[in-house]
Ligand binder design. Structure first.
Ligand SMILES: [Ca+2]
Ligand SMILES: [Ca+2]
Ligand SMILES: [Ca+2]
Ligand SMILES: [Ca+2]
Length: 440
């Protein structure tokens, strides 16, 4: 190939490359949502330029050539003689690639591409019936994390303590000895190994209704254990706090005590798939919620199922209020509406555990909230230092907007996207497009 022809080929290649870079940027921004205007600091290996000279150059000469193109030479990959170099900024990436490719002596230059492990599909036999999980891109999230190690508190009708999909996931109070009638860790509750039963005032928060087991399994049932269903946060323990009886009824005193217990005993996420009338404020609930928030807990609550205004405690300030969608991303008719709705998640015909060792389909905003709680545990598995309110903002900014465009009182910021939220919380992806914290 003549020198002239080679230069022409390189110029064509450079134009192609510029187009590819533009397309790649647009796709990434569309995928991860709102971005900050400023270029983020670039990190390896997501943002390096790979360069090959037409013939191997002495090391110092190669480094000099790269520096003169505005690149920081990092290293040479042996055998294939490719240089890894870093531009000063993302904006300089395309320019450097163009500039280099147009120069004589450069065979090619290309931007490195983010490589990811393939999607994780769990072996649970009933995974195929769990439409919400692929819908919210859980398999993409599972590439990167199985959740944080601090527990999710399920304040509900208890959890089936013997269930094959729940028993392995129970939080175990490290300071407590079971069955000796002594409050070994001095937290005010004797023998509270898995949590506490605020109905019977004992240390066995066994579910006798099925609601709590179902909710718990959505958030964090054992995944990939060749049994039943997969929860969202397989790696995150479940703290069982029983405040609802076998009819699914409880009171705000029990709820408040359970909120304080959760915050004081290491839970970072509290799921409240329970509700009462929006016209009936409760001082004790307000104070207990404020206390748990002051301890850094994320509180996720169901908006309610009467199709009316958002109920308590979801309508309290600082609580993430979650409505329900179906498999077609339509907000369920029963899902409560109003300015307090933060986002929506799957809540129609959801398969989960019951309290008798089996599995059952249920519908309600009660099923939507634990999808958000489980996703939050995945995000905190990646970014444990993120404050709870920024985590809430991230979940909302990564949600898929549902019609009408923008925030609306039926679907809030949109439908939960666990894959996008976890990727946005992963530094390698942040290098491409940082999410804007502190949104709605
Ligand atoms: Ca204790
Ligand atoms: Ca004890
Ligand atoms: Ca399972
Ligand atoms: Ca919308």
């Amino acid at each position: 190939m003549s020198r002239h022809m080679r230069r022409r080929a390189l110029r064509a290649h450079a134009l192609r490359l510029a187009c590819q870079l533009t397309v790649a940027t647009v796709l990434l921004l569309a995928f991860v949502g709102p971005v900050q205007a400023a270029s983020p600091p670039l990190s390896e290996p997501a943002s390096t330029l790979l360069v090959q000279f037409t013939e191997p150059l002495p090391e110092e000469l190669a480094r000099e050539r790269l520096r003169s193109a505005g690149l920081e030479p990092l290293r040479r990959i042996p055998r294939i003689d490719v240089w890894v170099a870093r531009p000063n900024s993302r904006a300089a990436m395309a320019a450097a690639a163009l500039d280099l490719a147009a120069q004589p002596g450069i065979a090619w230059a290309e931007e490195s591409i983010v490589v990811h492990a393939v999607d994780v599909i769990p072996n649970d036999p009933r995974y195929g019936e769990q439409w919400p999980l692929p819908k919210i891109n859980a398999p993409a999230a599972w590439r990167l994390t199985r959740g944080m190690s601090a527990p999710i508190a399920i304040i509900d009708s208890g959890i089936d303590l013997d269930h094959v999909d729940l028993q392995p996931k129970l939080w175990v109070n490290p300071g407590e000895i079971a069955g000796n009638g002594v409050d070994d860790d001095g937290n005010g509750y004797s023998d509270d190994v898995y949590g506490y039963n605020f109905i019977d005032r004992d240390a066995e928060p066994q579910d006798d209704h099925s609601h709590g087991s179902h909710v718990a399994s959505i958030a964090a049932a054992a995944g990939n254990n060749a049994a039943g269903v997969a929860g969202l946060a397989w790696g995150t323990p479940l703290m069982a706090l029983k405040v609802l009886d076998n009819y699914g009824l409880g009171d705000t005193g029990g709820l408040a005590e359970a909120l304080v217990y959760a915050a004081d005993n290491g839970a970072r996420i509290i799921n409240l798939s329970l509700s009462w009338d929006h016209n009936t404020p409760s001082q004790v609930a307000e104070e207990a919620v404020a206390y748990a928030l002051s301890q850094g807990c994320l509180i996720v609550a169901a908006t309610g199922n009467d199709g009316g205004a958002v109920g308590y405690p979801a309508r309290l300030p600082g609580v993430l209020a979650v409505g329900a969608t179906d498999s077609a991303d339509v907000v369920a008719s029963f899902s409560n509406r109003g300015p307090e709705v933060d986002l929506v998640a799957p809540g129609v015909s959801v398969l989960g555990c019951n309290h008798l060792g089996g599995w059952v389909y249920k519908s309600g905003t009660s099923m939507a909230a634990p999808h958000v709680a489980g996703t939050a545990a995945l995000v905190w598995g990646r970014l444990p230092a993120l404050p709870y309110d920024e985590l809430a903002s991230l979940l909302k900014s990564m949600a898929v907007d549902l019609l009408p465009a923008g925030y609306d009182e039926a679907s809030g910021a949109g439908r939960l996207d666990a894959g996008a939220a976890v990727m946005a919380a992963s530094p390698r992806y942040l290098a491409y497009a940082p999410i804007a914290f502190g949104g709605r």
